[in-house]
Design a protein around this ligand. Structure first.
Ligand code: CA
Length: 217
């Protein structure tokens, strides 16, 4: 999953970037509203963490302009617990909000919930036959036995599992799992999928030639 964090406080931005990467997200950052809007409009994020008080363009304006083009889930960071802020946020199309200062673990939990809801998966467990994916723990078991995947292998498997029954193109995987600083050598994806198949069998992920990958329903 790839997220964008728009936040102008350097220390908070660094902490969020680090925490999200540790959770396995690909992370892009922006420190001003206009940069954030540009990235949000031009990249495919699974969620955006958006501060309200930002230089050049505030969070409300970013959200309003973004909503004219895209429905990417947005978690707003508001400075005050003002009722009017909350109403405004929900009116403008924010999907959730947190009041500063917030608990990092709560932000991570809400972000996970936001992404799950946006792909129509309300639960944090995905079962495919005897395969169980726990998105909260980022763990995979097969018939009760733990399977050790690399962070990247896990991300690819989780994305395909959340979009089960759909063909996910290679481009989509790159856009959602790799951040803007990642090296996008096209054969890299094959290496990770090869790794998943080696651990979980050839049958799980089907290759659709010229299109992408699919976990069948
Ligand atoms: Ca701010």
């Amino acid at each position: 999953m790839r997220v964008l964090v728009v936040e102008d406080e350097p220390r908070l931005l660094r902490n969020l970037d680090k925490a999200l990467r540790e959770e396995g997200y690909a992370v892009d950052t922006a420190e001003a509203g206009d940069d954030g809007l540009y990235k949000a409009e031009n990249n495919c994020y699974d969620a955006i963490v958006l501060d309200v008080m930002l230089p050049r363009l505030d969070g409300w304006e970013v959200l309003e302009r973004l909503r004219q083009k895209k429905q990417t889930p947005v978690l707003m960071l508001t400075a005050r617990d003002a009722h009017s802020d909350r109403v405004r946020g929900l009116d403008t199309g924010a999907d959730d909000y947190l009041v500063k200062p917030f608990d990092l673990l709560e932000l991570l939990a809400r972000l996970r919930a936001l992404i799950r809801r946006s792909v129509g998966q309300a639960r944090s467990r995905i079962e495919i036959g005897d395969l169980l994916i726990e998105t909260r723990a980022r763990s995979v078991t097969r018939a009760g036995e733990p399977v050790a995947l690399t962070a990247r292998e896990y991300s690819i498997l989780e994305y395909l599992a959340l979009h089960r029954g759909e063909v996910v193109t290679r481009t989509e995987l790159y856009e959602h799992l790799f951040d803007e600083n990642d090296d996008t050598l096209s054969n890299l994806l094959d290496v990770h999928v090869f790794g998943i198949r080696k651990k979980l069998g050839q049958q799980l992920i089907a290759t659709r030639r010229g299109q992408g990958y699919c976990i069948e329903l």
